[in-house]
Design a protein around this ligand. Structure first.
Ligand code: PLP
Length: 230
């Protein structure tokens, strides 16, 4: 089942790349494995996937301990400052930096461990009250402030688009955040590259790729529905 799901997602990614004149190498699939047992992650790993996304610090660390060491772990969930110390130096990318306060804590822990931490700035592009992330208008100011933290590298932006029946409804948001990342890139801020755009989930990753996503975060489409009641 998992292998078939992954093959379907892979075929869809290729289709979206072809449709938009992009190469498959420009897009990385992150298998979002939150709530799923390590056996399932291992199966997907064995199919060749190396990027996994988790949204809880404890769960991510537990899985890191038992799974292969060449996995690239992506922290995609809201991060509390008191948990930062457990993951600094262990993640490929932290997608969910949405305040100067949080960035300062990552910087502090990075200095302690003498590492550089690649991060994304999370933007609440549709301005949904239920979502984390900063508002579009505040993004450039925050990027400038965080860019002064010398143990962080701002690689780009991340967004969680609204939950919609029709993925096309999110195209406008994906376009908007792509434009925002281009605007920031054009400002040539030291320590800011804007080459990464993390957007698109199970319901809308094909549209996200057409609009410039470089990382897509797919959970349900690979692992099936999540059960939070167990
Ligand atoms: C859970 C989650 C995903 C994956 O969602 P699916 O709809 O299951 O693909 C992607 N991004 C973030 C930030 C998530 O929390």
């Amino acid at each position: 089942m998992l292998k078939e799901n992954l093959a379907q997602v892979e075929a869809n990614i290729q289709k979206a790349c072809e449709k938009s004149g992009r190469t498959r190498q420009e897009v990385t699939l992150i298998a979002v494995s939150k709530t799923k047992p390590v056996e399932m992650l291992q199966t997907i790993y064995d199919c060749g996937v190396r990027d996994f996304g988790e949204n809880k610090v404890q769960e991510m660390c537990d899985k890191m301990d038992v799974l292969p060491k060449d996995i690239k772990w992506h922290m995609i969930g809201h991060l509390q400052t008191n948990k930062v110390k457990y993951i600094v130096g262990k993640t490929e990318l932290i997608h969910s930096v949405d305040s100067v306060h949080l960035a300062a804590e990552i910087q502090k822990q990075a200095v302690k461990k003498n590492v550089t931490v690649p991060i994304l700035i999370e933007v609440n592009i549709a301005e949904e009250e239920s979502k984390f992330g900063i508002h579009k208008e505040d993004t450039i100011a925050m990027v400038r402030e965080i860019a002064t933290m010398d143990h962080l590298q701002i690689k780009g932006l991340m967004t969680i688009a609204p939950f919609v029946e029709n993925a096309e409804d999110n195209r406008l948001y994906f376009r908007e955040i792509k434009q925002l990342s281009v605007d920031i890139k054009n400002q040539n801020i030291d320590n800011v590259s804007m080459d990464v755009l993390s957007m698109g989930m199970t319901g809308d990753y094909m549209v996200a790729i057409e609009e410039g996503a470089t990382l897509v975060r797919v959970g349900t489409g690979i692992f099936g529905e999540r059960n939070y009641n167990i």
